[in-house]
Design a protein around this ligand. Structure first.
Ligand code: NAD
Length: 490
């Protein structure tokens, strides 16, 4: 049993999808593990006029698949209080403060407060300002604010959001969520890279040919057409998740395994991201949009026919390209990425492709590849060349696999569980620092601008394929190919 935490959580957007699907179940998992016990309370706020009783019913419903006993679940839900609240109305914060003070005493939360902003980003600045002006922040215990994605839609919007937050909170108090960073296998990158002499020593431009990052989705935009049509794959998946993952793969070895040392190395990567010339920009980044196709006998409509999508939309549902990091470790090594909807198969993974050894066998050999499976399966595999059994001497790649279906075993914590645990422990390793967000938007803005001005083709790709062939051509220019080539299922 670990040390129990004391904190008052205030969840803005308590009636929303994120709160119900992720936050309540994750808090319950921490409760079951004893991380949260007696000294915590949750204030849920949103506009709807719910009662505490109704709110607790909603919380119980959201954790019904996780509960061992009704008593345990009801004990957990009894810590939840609802306060109807419009975030733009100053007078409502008075009620919030009164309730907070009462719960602080009742649950002995030591004045520690975590604010979770599970609502649309345009409200973040207003909430932060009111927390200060209405004296909800007292400085008594720790006070941390957790911000959902998206953190801006461009550098300018991200900066103005950040400016409004830093008027109230210091960088150390701001936890910008990137839920991929809470995933087990993303954290395993530290273990693989820095816990193994073979990788620790080979992880550089002398031995690595290229690194491939794939975030593939089977689904289309579903009900999110209205949101997605204004976002696109680049903003939705690349600015945040892809570049965060890249920074973990490209960073230098931190002096110690501490949040400050890791952060410093990650920030260096963002600051060393290669700023492409205009010609490179056109060459390095590829966009696509799905049209109709058949997956497993089922016909899928084109993106432009999806509900709430402009029938002439030029929003990309696929983005691919090559990032470079101008560091001594990785200068010139392409970090290829691709992300898209309606692709052949769902899968998030990293393939680290090593350079080929000089062959004495009269023919070239397959490169060694380290694959890190992130979702839906978790694990890794390493392919090495070995002799095939038999009297002849022929060489073939052999794969060492460690793959576990984490959802089946239930062994992996939910990303939000891990991330809330980290907030309580003041560990921001798995959150994005402003300097990272800033640098990523500055680069992404340049690609967005080129695409908005129609400076690069928008390729169509068939639903159920792995995206436009232009992406394969980009890799071929570097003498590479995508390692993961799932078979289309028509
Ligand atoms: P949602 O629309 O389901 O919920 C929004 C919540 O905000 C509701 O509780 C609503 O009552 C409340 N709200 C809206 N206006 C308000 C006001 N003026 N005053 C008080 N409360 C108000 O949204 P969601 O899907 O839960 O997403 C919330 C945030 O999380 C968004 O920023 C979204 O981008 C982000 N996010 C969501 C998911 C997800 O899985 N749902 C995943 C990643 C990021």
């Amino acid at each position: 049993m670990t040390e129990q935490k004391q904190a008052l959580f205030t969840i803005f957007g308590a009636t929303g999808d994120l709160a119900k699907r992720k936050l309540y179940p994750s808090l319950f998992r921490l409760f079951k593990k004893g991380e949260l016990a007696d000294n915590f309370a949750v204030i849920g706020t949103a506009r709807r006029p719910w009662t505490n009783e109704y709110y607790r019913e909603v919380v119980l419903e959201s954790i019904k698949d996780l509960m061992n006993s009704k008593t345990e679940a009801e004990n957990f839900a009894s810590h939840f209080y609802y306060q109807s609240h419009d975030v733009s109305d100053s007078s409502h914060y008075v009620n919030l403060k009164d309730l907070g003070e009462k719960l602080r005493k009742q649950y002995k939360t030591a004045g520690n407060q975590v604010f979770f902003l599970a609502m649309a980003p345009q409200f973040f600045g207003t909430i932060a300002e009111h927390l200060k002006s209405e004296n909800i922040l007292t400085g008594e215990g720790f006070e941390r604010i957790v911000i959902e994605k998206p953190f801006g839609t461009s550098y300018d919007t991200a900066k103005s959001l950040n400016d409004s937050l830093v008027k109230v909170f210091s960088e150390e108090q701001i936890f910008r969520i990137d839920h991929y960073l809470g995933k087990e296998m993303i954290q395993n990158i530290f273990a693989i890279r820095f816990g193994n002499l073979i990788f620790d020593n080979l992880w550089n431009r002398d031995f690595i040919d290229n690194i491939q990052i794939t975030f593939a989705e089977r689904l289309g935009v579903e009900e999110r057409g209205g949101y997605y049509d204004h976002s696109g794959a680049l903003r939705d998946m690349v600015q945040n998740h892809t570049l965060q993952l890249l920074s973990l793969l490209a960073m230098d070895k931190p002096a110690t395994f501490t949040k400050d040392a890791i952060r410093a190395e990650k920030i260096k990567v963002f600051e060393q991201l290669h700023n492409p010339t205009d010609d490179e920009l056109k060459k390095f980044f590829i966009r696509g949009q799905y049209h109709s196709g058949t997956i497993e006998g089922k016909k899928d409509i084109s993106y432009r026919s999806e509900p709430n999508v402009d029938p002439e939309s030029t929003t990309e549902t696929y983005a691919s390209g090559a990032f470079f990091v101008d560091s001594d470790r990785f200068r010139g090594v392409p970090f290829f990425f691709r992300t898209g909807k309606r692709l052949t198969q769902k899968g998030t993974m990293v393939n680290v492709v090593f350079k080929q050894t000089d062959s004495i066998f009269g023919h070239s050999l397959q490169p060694n590849v380290l694959t890190i499976y992130i979702q839906p399966n978790e694990g890794f595999s390493l392919s090495i060349n070995g002799k095939e059994v038999g009297e002849k001497f022929s060489i073939a790649p052999i794969s060492f696999d460690y793959e576990t279906d984490a959802t089946a075993t239930g062994a992996s914590p939910e990303p939000y569980e891990k991330l809330i645990f980290d907030v309580l422990n003041n560990d921001s390793t798995n959150y994005s620092h402003w300097h990272e967000v800033r640098a990523s938007w500055q680069l992404i803005d340049r690609i967005e601008k080129l695409w908005a001005e129609n400076g690069a083709p928008l390729y169509e790709y068939k639903s159920g394929s792995m995206g436009p062939t232009a992406s394969d051509d980009l890799l071929a220019d570097y003498g590479a190919e995508w390692v993961w080539k799932p078979e289309p299922k028509n």
